[in-house]
Design a protein around this ligand. Sequence first.
Ligand SMILES: Cc1cc2nc3c(=O)[nH]c(=O)nc-3n(C[C@H](O)[C@H](O)[C@H](O)COP(=O)(O)OP(=O)(O)OC[C@H]3O[C@@H](n4cnc5c(N)ncnc54)[C@H](O)[C@@H]3O)c2cc1C
Ligand code: SF4
Length: 489
Amino acid sequence: MIYDNIVIGSGISALGCVVGLLESNKKVLCIDGSDNTLESFKNINNEEIVFDNDNLPLKKNSITAKFVNQFDPIELQNYPSFGGLSNIWGAKCLRLFKNQFDEWPISYDEIAKYYETCEKIMNVSHYNDELSKKLGVNENIIDDSKIKLYSSFIKNFIKQKKTPVDFNIGLARLALDSKCYKCGNCFFGCPDNYIFDTKEYFNNLINKKKIEYKKNLILERFILKDSVIELKFKNSQETKIFAKKLFIGAGPIQTSNIIMNSMNKESDLNLAESQNYFVPCFYYGKNFDSNINNQTAGDAEIISNKNIKHDIGQLYFSIKYDQKLLKMVLKKKLGFLYNLIPNFLIKRIFITAGLINSNHSTYRAIIKKEDLSLHVIRDYEKEKKLKIEVFKQLNLLGKNYNFFAVNLLSKFCKFGRSFRLGCSVPMLNEDEIKKNKNNNLYTKKNGEVSKFKNVYIIDSSNFKNIPAGDISLTIMANALRIAIENKND
Ligand SMILES: Cc1cc2nc3c(=O)[nH]c(=O)nc-3n(C[C@H](O)[C@H](O)[C@H](O)COP(=O)(O)OP(=O)(O)OC[C@H]3O[C@@H](n4cnc5c(N)ncnc54)[C@H](O)[C@@H]3O)c2cc1C
Ligand code: SF4
């Protein structure tokens, strides 16, 4: 069977792409490697969590339940599931700032209209705050009605800014339905599905027969044959499916593997990550609301505009106030010692979760052509600089926002743990393509892979770098852009 457009995956990138392709009248087939459906994700005990080997938690659901005691972040990202990582993500959807596109062939202005469409699909609101001003968001899409869904702690925290320091601060932009009733359970999974994931949207498209969907087909490689692309599956040799255009959104590791297999393992590929760090902080401010049962996934976002000691680019800090989760993690880490900490102290602890641009992160990886194994490389010099800069910036932030960071208990995560990977087949601009003497693999601005006509990458594998911040909204907007630019012959 020959299809006009085939999309691989059912995550956020695949959804953005499908929405764009549906603007043409051509048939879209969506193929996912998992055998689960919307139904198989329901009725899961959402009070459980799993930990990685650094005792960092993740909610338990059909994906993570596979890992009984401890999850491995890389293995988890390789595991196919209907909805992909949108089943367990934090649903934070801030756009990237204009300067974060500096190295990319696309600009903020080119992608802004796609951001708007994706924000509507995912129920993301903009607020009348410093972040919207910095982003230059159209005033007609600003809607403050969801501010009531953020905890008093977060709202009060933001208000404290004393002087115009070199940070931009505001409420996290959340993919959250306004029907949310603030039960504080977000991390464990919303019982009413008010946190956006892609499954419901895909299910509607499938039921209304707007797209064709095939599950349980794991794409291993593709072969270019005359004017069509033949798909070869790992778990079904007999299935014969051909595409005129193929859009791959299998997530950064699987997409890279599919491309490498299709190149007959001709060369290694690089993989970059925006590294995650967690620093517990103690709040000593006066305006403290201890109503801890009245919160959502809502964080405060802080983006630094200036380095203090080391020139390592923008840092991103997310202020997370989630007492239920914090208590579970402290119990796991401290064992019986946990009982010795008085509750009034615990109530004042929040976690700062940060990210740094992949260009400056401590780790990078090479996917080896021989066996597709990941070879992780650690840069100790970068690690030292990152730690110094993070602690200095937190110290400055603390003075403005009435907290101190407990640096000794900080955790700078290993490769893979931020789940924000990519850049294996980066999007190059015209100049870089001309200078590409070694004929390295890249994607063109329209998403097409340099060595494969009509094969497009739609996930973060085509990013130029992984910026310090949340990337899923940008992944989706970019996938939508690629689909719209390529929907016709
Ligand atoms: C705990 C956690 C919290 C996060 N929080 C945030 C956040 O708050 N904000 C944010 O922006 N981002 C967040 N992220 C990152 C975000 O989830 C990902 O960037 C995003 O979901 C990636 O979407 P994707 O479509 O590119 O890939 P995926 O979600 O990985 O989807 C890949 C899809 O491809 C399918 N697939 C894989 N291999 C094959 C194959 N060989 N053949 C066929 N199908 C295949 C899979 O089944 C899956 O459906 C978080 C991630 C995690 C794990
Ligand atoms: S707080 Fe979170 S879990 Fe509770 S209703 Fe709102 S979205 Fe759902």
